[in-house]
Design a protein around this ligand. Structure first.
Ligand SMILES: Nc1nc2c(ncn2[C@@H]2O[C@H](COP(=O)(O)OP(=O)(O)O)[C@@H](O)[C@H]2O)c(=O)[nH]1
Ligand SMILES: [Mg+2]
Length: 457
C-alpha cells in the first residue's frame, strides 16, 4: 500500500460503458487535485456540495468532460482523509482520461482495496466490517447482500463485544483466585468459573457455526442433477434457471459435458450441474461424460436424482445405492414427467427414503416446491443461526481457535488443574479475539486481506 502522504485515485465504477462513471480520490491533496482538474470549482464549492464544471487535463488544458464533483474533508469522510469525487459520462475512454489527469496532477493509482484499507487504518471500520465491504460488493443474491450489510453495520463487533467482556471477567476472576492459597479457594466461586468458561465456549461455538450459512450465501452451493438418460435432467436445468442452457432431445445420450447454470435458490446462489445420463453400454465419449457425472455426484453439496415417473426406465439401482454411501450431501429424488398419463410418483427406486418430489419440467409443476426443498436442505445442513455475522474463513478460523482455548480452559478447571494452565488458555483466546476485529493485525495480514478487494474500493 502507498504512504498516507500520497493521494490515491481510482475508477470506482465498472470499466465499461455506462451512463456515469466515478473517479475517487483520497489523501492530503485530494482537494488541490480536484481544483487543478476542474478549475474554478473551489470558488463555488463548500464541502460536500456538488458542483458542475468542465474537467481539463492539467498539463495540456485539453477539455475532457463536463463533470459533477465534490470534496469531503477528513476526518468526517469515508476514509477519514480528505476525499474527492468526480462524476463524468461513463465512457471507458473518458474515465481513462480523467484518471490520467488525476495522475498528472499528482495522484498515485490506488491499489485494490486501498480506500477501505485507509478507512480501517483511520479507525472508520474494523477489520470484519472492511471484509464485509468486499462481501457486499460480491453478493450475488439479495439475501446475501442483506447479510453483508448487517455485517458492515458492525454485526460481528456487536456479537463479539459481550463475549470479550465475559472472557475478560473470567480472566480477572481466575487471576484473583491465584492470590489465595489452594485450600482457601471458595468452592462455589470455583464452580462458577467453570460454568462461565463452558458457557462462553458454547457461545463462541454457536457464533462460529453461523459461518456455515454465511459461506453458502456468499460462495453458493453446487447441486448436481444425476439420473438415467432421458429422465429430463437437461429440461429441469433449463426450467429451474429460466433459460435454455442445455440441449434437450429424446435421443438418449444428448448431454455429455457438464452444463452449468446458476440461479437464486431462496437467497443461496446455486450452481446447477446438468450431467451425462447414466446407462449401460454408452458410446466412447459418453463414457467420459459419465465419469464426470460420478465425480460431480460425489463433490456436490446436494444431489438431485432425476427419474422419469411415466414409464419403464432402465435404472442402475446399485449405482444410486453406492452414491448414498459415497457422499454426505443430502440427496433428493425428482420424479419427472408428472404431466404424462401413467405417471407414478412412488414407482421408481421404491426403496429410497429420501424426499421425493413430483415435478414436470414441461409444465413447471412442482418446481417451486423443489426450489424450497433445495433451499431448506442447503441451509439446514449448515446451521440454524440467522442471520450469520461471520462472513469469512479468517473470522471463522479465529472464532474456532478462541473457542478451542476457552473449551480447554473449562476442561482444565473441571479437572482441578493448576489455575495458571487455564489462565494461559484464556490468554490465548483473548489474543485470538483481539485479531478478529483487526486489533493487532500485522501489515502483511492487512495487505493479504485488502489485496483481494477490487480497485476503487
Ligand atoms: N412430457 C414430458 N416430457 C419431458 C419432461 N422433461 C423432459 N421431457 C422430454 O424427455 C426427453 C429427454 O429430455 P432431456 O431433458 O434431454 O433428458 P436428459 O437426458 O435427462 O437430459 C425430451 O424429449 C424432453 O422433451 C416432462 O416433464 N414432461
Ligand atoms: Mg441431458
Amino acid at each position: 500500500m502507498h504512504s498516507p502522504k500520497d493521494t490515491i485515485a481510482a475508477l470506482a465504477t465498472a470499466s465499461q460503458s455506462a451512463a456515469i462513471g466515478i473517479i475517487k480520490l483520497s489523501g492530503p491533496s485530494a482537494s488541490c487535485v480536484l481544483e487543478r482538474i476542474v478549475p474554478g470549482c473551489r470558488a463555488s464549492r463548500r464541502p460536500r456540495q456538488v458542483v458542475f464544471g468542465r474537467a481539463i487535463h492539467p498539463s495540456t488544458a485539453e477539455p475532457i468532460d463536463d463533470v459533477l464533483c465534490f470534496t469531503c474533508p477528513g476526518p468526517r469522510s469515508s476514509t477519514g482523509e480528505d476525499v474527492a469525487e468526480l462524476q463524468g459520462h461513463g465512457s471507458p475512454a473518458v474515465m481513462a482520461a480523467l484518471l490520467d489527469a488525476c495522475l498528472a496532477a499528482g495522484c498515485v493509482l490506488a491499489h485494490p482495496g486501498e480506500f477501505t484499507y485507509r478507512a480501517h487504518c483511520n479507525g472508520k471500520v474494523d477489520l470484519a466490517q472492511a471484509e464485509s465491504v468486499a462481501a457486499l460488493i460480491g453478493a450475488r443474491t439479495q439475501a446475501a447482500a442483506r447479510v453483508a450489510l448487517g455485517q458492515l453495520r458492525g454485526g460481528l463487533r456487536t456479537a463479539i463485544e459481550p463475549l470479550s467482556a465475559e472472557l475478560l471477567q473470567l480472566c480477572a476472576a481466575l487471576e484473583a483466585s491465584l492470590d489465595f492459597p489452594e485450600d482457601d479457594i471458595d468452592q462455589e466461586a470455583w464452580a462458577q468459573l467453570e460454568s462461565l468458561a463452558s458457557h462462553l465456549a458454547h457461545e463462541l461455538f454457536l457464533l462460529a457455526r453461523g459461518y456455515g450459512l454465511g459461506k453458502r450465501l456468499f460462495h453458493g452451493a453446487r447441486v448436481a442433477l444425476i439420473g438415467p438418460v432421458n429422465a429430463g435432467k437437461s429440461s429441469l436445468l433449463n426450467a429451474l434457471c429460466g433459460e435454455t442452457r442445455a440441449i434437450v432431445d429424446d435421443e438418449p445420450g444428448t448431454t455429455r459435458d457438464i452444463v452449468r447454470a446458476t440461479f437464486d435458490c431462496g437467497g443461496i446462489p446455486v450452481e446447477l450441474l446438468d450431467t451425462a445420463g447414466l446407462r449401460d453400454e454408452p458410446g466412447r465419449i459418453e463414457q467420459v461424460g459419465i465419469e464426470r457425472t460420478k465425480d460431480a455426484a460425489t463433490t456436490a453439496d446436494l444431489v438431485v436424482i432425476v427419474i422419469d415417473g411415466s414409464g419403464e426406465t432402465a435404472l442402475d439401482t446399485a449405482y444410486f445405492e453406492q452414491l448414498q454411501g459415497a457422499t454426505d450431501a443430502p440427496i433428493i429424488l425428482a420424479v419427472n414427467k408428472a404431466d404424462l398419463p401413467g405417471y407414478d410418483l412412488a414407482g421408481p427406486l421404491p426403496s429410497f427414503k429420501e424426499p421425493r418430489l413430483a415435478v414436470s419440467a414441461h409444465t413447471t409443476q412442482g418446481l417451486d416446491e423443489m426450489r424450497q426443498t433445495l433451499s431448506r436442505l442447503l441451509r439446514a445442513s449448515e446451521s440454524s443461526s440467522e442471520p450469520p455475522v461471520v462472513g469469512t474463513a479468517r473470522q471463522h478460523e479465529i472464532l474456532c481457535l478462541a473457542q478451542g482455548h476457552v473449551a480447554a480452559a473449562a476442561q482444565l478447571l473441571t479437572q482441578g488443574a493448576e489455575p495458571e494452565l487455564a489462565g494461559s488458555e484464556l490468554f490465548r483466546a483473548r489474543k485470538a479475539l483481539t485479531g478478529l476485529l483487526g486489533g493487532d493485525a500485522t501489515e502483511d495480514l492487512l495487505e493479504q486481506i485488502f489485496s483481494s478487494f477490487c480497485i476503487g474500493k
